[in-house]
Design a protein around this ligand. Structure first.
Ligand SMILES: [Ca+2]
Ligand SMILES: [Ca+2]
Ligand SMILES: [Ca+2]
Length: 186
């Protein structure tokens, strides 16, 4: 009952962000998101996270697994073991319900950008991690720039984590995360 009241109107930009993340999570490109996609995505991201310690690697594994488990248990409306884009949309429309999954993912992913633990993320590693997820390089650079890097071209872990959470917010538009969809990659 309360659940329906939590559902927010989705902005056009948010819908585009959802569709992009869905297409990237479909790592094997068969049109639906399933368990295998998350295995592929996890392996690709871990390959990019060479300098991270075992705790950080375990955290991103757990976060991806929780992400998939949440989709499979909460959103597989026809119970066929795969998630269609239509089934995926509520993930973003209902932040109350799915926020904790997004938060865990945001924290685990952003920490991978900071293997030396100083709280700062250099651009090359940011680009590698985002390429591993599947975003286009031009869009990744635009996003990093939108995060307002310091004079040494670094952003904070907290900035990236917050940016990931905002990416999933249905009511937000004109945010850095829109760079990932707004600039057509060459
Ligand atoms: Ca797939
Ligand atoms: Ca399904
Ligand atoms: Ca660092």
């Amino acid at each position: 009952m309360g659940r329906e009241r939590q559902v927010t109107q989705m902005r056009t930009e948010a819908a585009q962000r959802v569709e992009l993340v869905f297409s990237l999570f479909d790592a094997n490109a068969d049109g639906v998101v399933e368990s295998d996609d998350f295995d592929l995505m996890t392996d690709r991201v871990l390959e990019a996270a060479v300098a991270s310690d075992d705790d950080a690697k375990a955290a991103i594994r757990d976060a991806f697994r929780r992400y998939w488990t949440t989709l499979a248990t909460e959103l597989d409306a026809d119970d066929d073991g795969v998630i269609t884009v239509a089934e995926f949309r509520p993930f973003v429309l209902d932040p109350e319900r799915f926020g904790p999954t997004v938060t865990e993912f945001a924290e685990a992913l952003s920490v991978l950008g900071d293997p030396d633990g100083d709280g700062l993320i250099e651009r090359p590693l940011f680009v590698s991690l985002m390429r591993a997820i599947g975003f286009e390089e031009a869009n990744i650079h635009a996003l990093f720039d939108a995060f307002d890097p310091d004079a040494d071209d670094r952003i904070t872990v907290a900035t990236w984590a917050a940016g990931i959470e905002d990416y999933y917010a249905p009511h937000l538009a004109g945010i850095p995360g829109d760079c990932l969809v707004a600039i057509p990659a060459a």
